[in-house]
Design a protein around this ligand. Structure first.
Ligand SMILES: Cc1cc2nc3c(=O)[nH]c(=O)nc-3n(C[C@H](O)[C@H](O)[C@H](O)COP(=O)(O)O)c2cc1C
Length: 344
């Protein structure tokens, strides 16, 4: 196995029970860093001080052109925090999170304090067991509807502050699909968007620890070698419109939309946490997910989405969900060691 996939080899049973707190937090981070992030940029790095994990934004890996407000970045950080907290709680730690303001300073975006309060869990259904199984499935889903118990699970997670919408009705699903396709075309029309994306499009044999190999989009090796160039030069969303229409309309069981009352950095992070929880719950039920940020990011589309689902809350995450017959491969990751800030 190439070095850039080694992070996925983490095993729940390898927790260093008798190790120092530093080693234990490093191990927990091994689950954190498997989180999804926009273009797989992994815009995070860490400092561990005693029993505190400091999470920093790595500005070099942030998508400054396509995500200048940091919304997608904060959602990704939320996914990382959720993975980390699920792992910490599984091994008996209580976690307390404080948020900083990275946008105006170089301070940590979040600090997580850990205290050991109970024994290690033996729950085989715990979401920690699904972290290494999760991935983005962009392929077609089967016609099998999503089960009632999963929908009930999601309704239980909905609150006044962050609401979850599940859209299964054919006509509404088609309207949302059209909105996604149009928003993707709008995003891909911008050369700076394509440039940033092309830098993170990788071949199927890449040794890079960041970015997306072509196989994540169903590309065979020869095409994956040129995918960065095609993305840079061509609006592929325009070219793939018909295929996307099929995927989003016929081969998507439902859309999940997560909307928040507030539109602040903390609400973006909390929405990211909920997004990752839903993604792992889906995986536990054998369901696959794939997010689409374009209608959230592109000007004017958010309002159309609000109108379609009849809600004036802020939509922050939009994902397809369904069953898939295809097995999808994990994408590369930086190692925890790569991501710990070394103090001189
Ligand atoms: C905030 C956020 C936004 C994303 N937006 C998109 C998107 O618009 N289109 C897409 O195909 N994937 C999107 N993804 C999926 C990422 O590309 C994916 O998580 C990343 O490449 C790592 O792959 P993995 O999820 O299989 O581990 C998004 C993920 C996150 C966390």
């Amino acid at each position: 196995m190439s070095n850039n996939y080694l992070a996925w080899k983490i095993r729940v049973e390898d927790f260093p029970i008798n190790g120092k707190i530093y080693e234990q937090i490093k191990f927990l981070l091994g689950f954190g860093i498997l989180a999804p992030s926009g273009h797989n940029g992994q815009p995070w790095e860490f400092k561990i001080v005693n029993n505190i994990l400091n999470i920093f934004v790595n500005k070099k890996r942030a998508l400054v052109k396509s995500d200048p407000s940091g919304k997608q970045l904060c959602i990704g950080i939320g996914c990382l925090i959720e993975n980390f907290c699920i792992a910490a709680n599984f091994y008996g730690f209580e976690t307390v999170i404080q948020y900083g303001n990275y946008i105006i300073s170089d301070d940590p975006i979040a600090k997580i304090t850990l205290n050991k309060i109970k024994n290690i869990s033996h729950d085989r259904d715990n979401l920690i067991h699904f972290i290494t199984k999760r991935s983005t499935h962009r392929n077609n889903y089967t016609s099998q509807p999503i089960p009632e118990y999963f929908i009930n699970n999601l309704h239980e997670l909905s609150s006044d502050n962050i609401k979850i919408f599940i859209i299964q009705e054919k006509k509404l699903k088609e309207q949302i699909a059209d909105l996604i396709i149009q928003a993707q075309i709008t995003a891909m029309d911008k050369p700076y968007f394509r440039q940033e994306l092309s830098e993170l499009m990788k071949s199927n044999i890449t040794k890079s620890k960041i970015g997306m190999p072509g196989f994540a989009f169903g590309l065979p090796l020869p095409i994956s070698l040129f995918s960065w160039w095609m993305i840079k030069k061509i609006n592929m969303s325009k070219l793939n419109k018909k295929i996307d229409e099929q995927t989003f309309k016929r081969f998507t069981s439902a859309f999940i939309i997560i909307s928040s009352k507030d539109d602040t950095k903390i609400s973006w992070i909390n929405t990211g946490r909920l997004c990752e929880k839903i993604w792992l719950l889906a995986e536990r039920h054998g369901l696959k997910c794939s997010p689409n940020a374009a209608p959230i990011q592109e000007l004017g589309y958010k309002e159309q989405l609000q109108k379609l689902i009849n809600s004036n809350l802020n939509p922050l995450v939009l994902m397809r969900v369904g069953y898939s017959k295809k097995i999808s491969r994990s994408t590369p990751r930086l190692s925890v060691e790569d991501l710990i800030i070394k103090t001189p």
